[in-house]
Design a binder for this molecule. Sequence first.
Ligand code: BGC
Ligand code: BGC
Length: 616
Amino acid sequence: MASDRLPPYRDATQPVEVRVRDLLSRMTLEEKAAQMAQIERRVASPDTLTGLPVGSVLSAGGSGPAERASARQWADMVDRMQRWALASRLGIPILYGIDAVHGHNNIYGATIFPHNVGLGATRDSDLARRIGEATALEVRATGIHWTFAPCVAVCRDVRWGRCYECFSEDTEIVRTMTSIVSGLQGPPPQDHFPGHPYLAGRSVLLRMRKNVIACAKHFVGDGGTHKGINEGNTICTYNELEEIHMKPYLDCLAQGVSTIMASYTSWNGSPLHSNYHLITDVLKGKLGFKGFVVSDWEGIDRLCHPQGSNYRYCVLASINAGIDMIMVPFNYQKFLEDLIFLVESGRISTSRIDDAVERILRVKFVSGLFEHPFSDSSLLDVIGCEEHRLLAREAVRKSVVLLKNGKDKKKPLLPLDKKARRILVAGSHADDIGNQCGGWSITWHGDSGRITIGTTILEAIREATANETEVIYEQSPSEATFSNQDYSYAVVVIGEEPYAEFLGDRTTLDIPFGGADVVSLVASRVPTVLVLISGRPLYLEPSLLEKIDALVAAWLPGTEAGGIADVLFGDHDFEGVLPVTWFKSVDQLPMNVGHPAYDPLFPLGYGLKMNLEKTK
Ligand code: BGC
Ligand code: BGC
C-alpha cells in the first residue's frame, strides 16, 4: 500500500503529534470517552473492545487467563483482546496493564525480585535499571505493554501496609532508585529534553518490543499519611509535599515516564483524584508532564461517601481535575454514560476530553503500539530464565542488611561455617516461597506456601553447605529438637505474613506467629542468626536482641533466596544498608531521619560488614 493512501495516523513516518491530531479529528465523542476507560480483564469482550471501544484493559492482582497460566496463555489472551480492539471502527489498539511491581509477579514461574524496600537497601541505581529491563522483557513475553510501576512513594511511617513498595523513607534514596524507569521503558531518546517526557518528541519507540510503559505512582504524598493509614490524609505544607514526596516524580519525568497514577490519599483533606491544583496546575503545568494520568482502582468511586454514590459527581470532579484515564474497572457503562452526559451538558469541556484523549493516543503512538500491537513469541522463554534469576539473586545479596554480628565483637558468628557437622534451620519463613515473596505475588495479597517456582532459604542453605553437613529443618522446634542433638549453629527465619495495601496496616509491628518465642528457644541453646523476612522494621525486644548472636534483615527477597546464603556463608560480604529507620518502640512512630528526637535502634544507612579479608 502506498503510504500516501494511508490516513496520517496510520503512517509511522509521520510525527507523533501529527498522528495524534489526525486520529483525534476522526473520533466521535463516544469513541473518545471509551478511550478514557480502563476495564478489568474479566469484562473485556468483543462488545467492550470492538463495540465501545475502551482504551485499556488491566489484570487486577491475581487476575489471569487460568490458574498457573503459561506465558503463552497470557500472550494469547492479550492478543485475542487486541484483535477485538483492532476490529473497531478506527482500529485503535488497547494498552494492557498489570502490576509488575517486583518482576512480573502475577505470572506463575516468573522471576520475582525483592520488593522495593530491599532494592532501596542496595542504593544501587544501575541494579534497579537492570531489574527494570528484565521485568520489561518478562512482561512483554506475555503480550502486556504497561506496568503500574514504579511506586515512588516516600514511606514516612512504617505502620503503613505499603512500606515495602517504597524504596525508602528518604527522598534522595527514592530518587536514586527511579532509574528503574529507564530499564522498563528504555533510555529516553536523544530528542528528549529534561523536565519533559520524551513523549513530546518525534520518535516512535520501536524498541518498545523489549520495553514497557512505566507508571510512576501514586501521585502524590501517598507515603505521608497521618499514622501511616492506607488511603489516608497527608498533612503538610506545599513546600513539604514538594520537597519530600514530589521530587522523585521529577526524576521519573526526566526519564520520560509515560504515565502517572493518582493517589487514593488526600492532601490536607483534599483527595488527589479531584485535585485540579496538583494534577493539572502542578503535574501537567509546572512539571510539564505530557503523558497521561490514570486513576487508581475505583479511585474515583472513593470521592463520594458512601463509596460510589453520586457517581456522576465522581466523574465530573476527577476528569475536570485532569485525570485522563479511569481505572473503572467494572462499572464502565455507568462511567461512559455519565461522562458523555457531562460533556453534552457542558459541565466537562470538549477541550478537556481532547486533552485526555490526545495524551492517551500520544502514549500509544510513541510506544509503537500501532506498529506492534501483538506479542512477540520469540520472548516466551524469558519468563523466569536463568539470567533473570541470577540478577534477582544479585539483588537479594545486595539488599540484605547485617544488623548484629556476635555477642562480642571479637567473636562474630558470620560468615557461617559451610563445613559444620550439624546445623539447625527453623522458623515459619525458612522454607516458604510465598512468605519470602510477600504481597503482590501470584495474587494481590500474596500467600504462604509453594505459590510459584523458586529457591527457599532452606534450599539455599542446603546448596551452600558441604555434603557432610547435616542440615536439620524444624519449622517449629521444641525441647525435643535439642534433646540428644548438638548443633554448630542455628539459622532461624521468621517474619511477616504476606499482605497488600490496607491489609498490612499495623500499629503494633511485633513479630507474628510467635516468632520471638521460637528464636528465644533456639538462641538460648545454640549460637543463632536470626533472619527477618518483612516489609519493614519490626519491634525487637531488647532481651531477644541480646540473646541472638547475629541479626540479618532480608526484607521480602522474592524467589531467589540463594542471595541470602551468598552472604550468610561469606561468598560475598554484606552490602545492604537500612533504607528506613529501625525504631526502638512503636510509640516513637513516625520517626524519620532528621527528626529532632531521632533515637533509633538502628539509624537509616546502618549496616555492618563481615570484613571477609580480615577473617580469611
Ligand atoms: C493499587 C495500585 C494498583 C491498582 C491496580 C490499587 O489498589 O493502589 O497500586 O496499581 O490497584 O491493581
Ligand atoms: C485487586 C487489586 C486491587 C485491589 C484494590 C483487588 O481485588 O485484585 O488489583 O488493587 O482490589 O483494593
